[in-house]
Design a protein around this ligand. Structure first.
Ligand code: FAD
Ligand code: DHB
Length: 388
């Protein structure tokens, strides 16, 4: 088999890249380790920035997002039982959209099926070869046979645990990492959200987040320890731990119900530099991870794909390598700003330190955020996504 771009991973970055390349007549094949059903069932991101909305439109898969997505013009932050609102609209003129990653994945998969572009699911033992040569290729096992794809470029869109980053020459890659001593325990329920806007909660008992997917489906998160066993979290315990962290109004409005999904995600900051190794380009979680607090992971994946798709389109249309040459630097400049914001928001809202000094500093910073128009503007600019 031969293609122009072999894409490893059918998460949001791989699917979006595939769709944008296809639109510009660039052949691509996606290799995904899991089945399509498995990929669709992973409940993850919920908040998307304008850049992500624009790219989904450009890829021709934005119709359902505009119909079903919920535009949010602000966010609420609850500190020790008192709620404050930060308006994105007033501070930046922009909004974010609540539209689940599962829905985005479905729209992208449907879009790909509609144009007949190939995705090979259940592709095992994916292995990258010749990335530093002009003739790279990928081998894998599917339908019980070892197969090979020759290509011009390989896009490593296979997430944090994928094979692509590990295929980069060790001497050529530098990684930066911070592991936080906590995780998020998340549940999805078919109950109406407590508020029309997201509520990020800072409380002595620990962080909580009240989010949503639709007016009848809620997503809640609780800070938990890394050692937590999900089996020891029956739904009743989740609700009992959430309630005391909320303000009175939210507590009164909280409708509890059975969870339809429950999972634990560890919090981590991670960046691999550079994002290009010869003919291999990394994008999305394959190259970087942010703790979920700033809602940046999927949006960063989309912004990588924006730069990478533009560079590849330019290469094939004009035989120019300029975009490919600058891809890593351009992407990393944006990534580090999102890393900083996600780290800052994580440190601001979680119970991480038992030292009263650290807790006083957190409260002072939050008080400043609510009183200073400049601080609120910086927050809003970062949350809705910095301009290019
Ligand atoms: P992934 O989604 O990880 O996709 C990679 C794909 O590659 C997977 O399908 C995987 O199966 C496949 N793969 C892996 N290894 C191989 C292999 N060897 N061969 C072939 N295929 C392979 N982001 C936001 O922007 N906003 C949010 O509100 C938000 N909330 C989040 C909440 C939680 C609880 C979590 C966990 C994450 C959240 N994120 C959020 C982050 C977001 O989900 C990720 O950043 C996003 O999924 C990254 O997409 P990706 O395509 O790069 O990687
Ligand atoms: C959601 C996830 C996040 O990480 C976040 O910051 C906001 C919302 C969500 O899943 O809805």
């Amino acid at each position: 088999m031969r293609t122009q771009v072999a894409i490893i991973g059918a998460g949001p970055s791989g699917l979006l890249l595939g769709q944008l390349l296809h639109k510009h007549g660039i052949d691509n094949v996606i290799l995904e380790r899991q089945t399509g059903e498995y990929v669709l069932e992973r409940v993850r991101a919920g908040v998307i920035e304008q850049v992500t909305m624009d790219l989904l439109d450009e890829a021709g898969v934005g119709v359902r997002m505009h119909e079903d997505g919920l535009l949010h013009e602000g966010v609420q932050i609850c500190v020790n039982g008192v709620r404050h609102r930060i308006s994105f609209k007033d501070m930046t003129g922009k909004s974010v959209m609540v539209y689940g990653q599962t829905e985005i994945t479905k729209d992208l998969m449907d879009g790909r099926a509609a144009v007949g572009a190939p995705t090979i699911y259940a592709a095992y033992d994916v292995s990258l070869h010749g990335i530093l040569s002009d003739t790279p290729h990928v081998t894998f096992r599917a339908d019980g046979k070892v197969q090979q794809i020759e290509c011009d470029f390989i896009a490593g869109c296979d997430g944090f645990h994928g094979v692509s980053r590990k295929s980069a020459p060790h001497a050529a890659i530098v990684t930066h990492e911070r592991v936080y001593p906590l995780g998020w325990l998340g549940i999805l329920t078919d109950t109406p959200p407590v508020s029309e806007e997201l509520i990020y909660v800072r409380h002595p008992l620990g962080f909580a987040l009240c989010s949503m997917r639709t007016p009848t489906r809620s997503r809640y998160y609780l800070q938990c320890s890394l050692a937590e066993d999900i089996e020891s979290w029956p739904d009743e315990r989740f609700w009992e731990e959430l309630k005391p962290r909320l303000d009175e109004e939210a507590r009164d409005r909280l409708v509890t119900g059975p969870s339809i999904e429950k999972s634990i995600a560890p919090l981590r900051s991670f960046v691999a530099e550079p994002m290009r190794f010869g003919r291999l380009f990394l994008a999305g979680d394959a190259a970087h991870i942010v703790p979920p607090t700033g809602a940046k992971g999927l949006n960063l994946a989309a912004s990588d794909v924006r730069y990478l798709s533009q560079a590849l389109i330019e290469y094939y249309a004009e035989k120019s390598e300029a975009g490919l040459k600058h891809y890593s630097d351009r992407a990393l400049a944006r990534i580090w700003k999102a890393e900083r914001f996600s780290w800052w928001m994580t440190m601001l809202l979680h119970r991480i330190s038992e030292d009263p000094f650290d807790q006083k500093i957190q409260l002072a910073e939050l008080d400043y955020l609510f009183r200073s128009k400049a601080a609120a503007t910086v927050f809003a600019e970062n949350y809705v996504g910095l301009p290019y």
